[in-house]
Ligand binder design. Sequence first.
Ligand SMILES: [Zn+2]
Length: 76
Amino acid sequence: MTIHYVCRHCDVQVGTLNQNDCSAEGLGFHQLTQEERQSMIEYKQDGTITVKTICEDCHDAMERTPSYHELDTFIQ
Ligand SMILES: [Zn+2]
């Protein structure tokens, strides 16, 4: 089971994880709400999982401009 972590803002690949335990609990997904799971986790047809996360660059940008996050939510 391969999990790709991709930045939701700039699409950069943050990291890749090879996880044997692909249950929601093993991945920590059970800590998320149903809504968060649907917006963050994408199950691809080739069996990999893409998790939308945030890279350091975008995190820094958001820290600098707090309204950036609101704007992004608005666009979605
Ligand atoms: Zn980013």
